[in-house]
Ligand binder design. Structure first.
Ligand code: UDP
Length: 245
């Protein structure tokens, strides 16, 4: 290990799947990809990459297209979902480009083959990239319509034996009720999967949530606008809300 990774034994999470939604990429801007937000996201990724954390990113596409949204406008759901999956490829390439410019080596793997643009998803190769200190960006979701990129994150985290999924959102954790509507909403530091289910807390869609629960993959929900949130989390500091068994 290089000098930069000497503190690796202090890391609570050594292999993570970072789930970034497309909406987070939009930031406060009006463009689908906000430059300042992209820079801030990649800076956080670089920070933990420099600490020696193995980082996989699953990127969403909601800032550009969602299958369900298309269906409301008369686009066949399956077609719309493929459009949504292609949107994740656009976002993934933006991440790749910015990370590489920051000196972070990356590989993009797509669940839908598109050889000129990305490698196909190959589990063993993805693991090898991590071992070679490359950030792996998974695009095109699971490659199947009717799924989400949260489900992709749950699937990839299970396959890659990741320690945790870190789900970046615009709020700083999970509350007992919507904090935007209720001033007395209380934030949880940690929760069990069962409690989250019982209280019908919307951590992820139900397919993604059950995959995590069944495969014992903890989920950390945190606010990406907190500048060093990911670094704090991998060092075991209290950030966001942790959902685990
Ligand atoms: N999608 C899909 N299968 C997948 C992942 C994504 O069909 O395995 C489509 C789906 O239409 C979804 C869109 O891609 O709405 C964008 O993904 P998502 O909504 O999860 O993005 P996010 O909300 O994270 O930005």
């Amino acid at each position: 290990m290089g000098a930069k990774t000497t503190g690796q034994s202090e890391l609570k999470f050594k292999r993570i799947v970072l789930k970034l939604s497309g909406e987070v990429l939009r930031g406060r801007g009006t463009e689908p990809i906000d430059d300042t937000t992209l820079e801030a996201m990649c800076t956080q990724v670089k920070e933990i990459h420099d600490l020696g954390v193995q980082v996989c990113i699953v990127i969403g596409g909601g800032n550009i297209f969602r299958g369900l949204h298309g269906a409301k406008r008369g686009i066949d759901r399956t077609t719309g979902d493929y459009m949504g999956m292609l949107a994740t490829v656009i976002n993934g390439l933006a991440l790749m480009d910015r990370l590489e410019k920051m000196g972070v080596s990356t590989r993009v793997q797509s669940a839908i083959p598109m050889n000129q643009i990305a490698e196909p998803f190959i589990l063993r190769r993805a693991i090898r990239h991590l071992e070679k200190k490359r950030v792996v960006i998974f695009v095109a979701g699971t490659g199947n319509p009717y799924f989400s990129t949260d489900t992709t994150a749950a699937l990839r985290a299970s396959e890659m034996h990741a320690d945790i999924i870190m789900k970046a959102t615009k709020v700083d954790g999970i509350y007992d009720k919507d904090p935007k509507k209720h001033a007395d909403a209380v934030k949880y530091d940690s929760l069990t999967f069962i409690d989250a289910l019982k209280q019908r807390l919307n951590v992820m869609d139900s397919t993604a949530f059950s995959l995590c629960m069944d495969n014992n993959v903890p989920i950390l929900v945190f606010d990406l606008n907190d500048e060093h949130a990911i670094r704090k989390a991998v060092r075991g500091e209290k950030v966001g809300t942790l959902v685990s068994n």
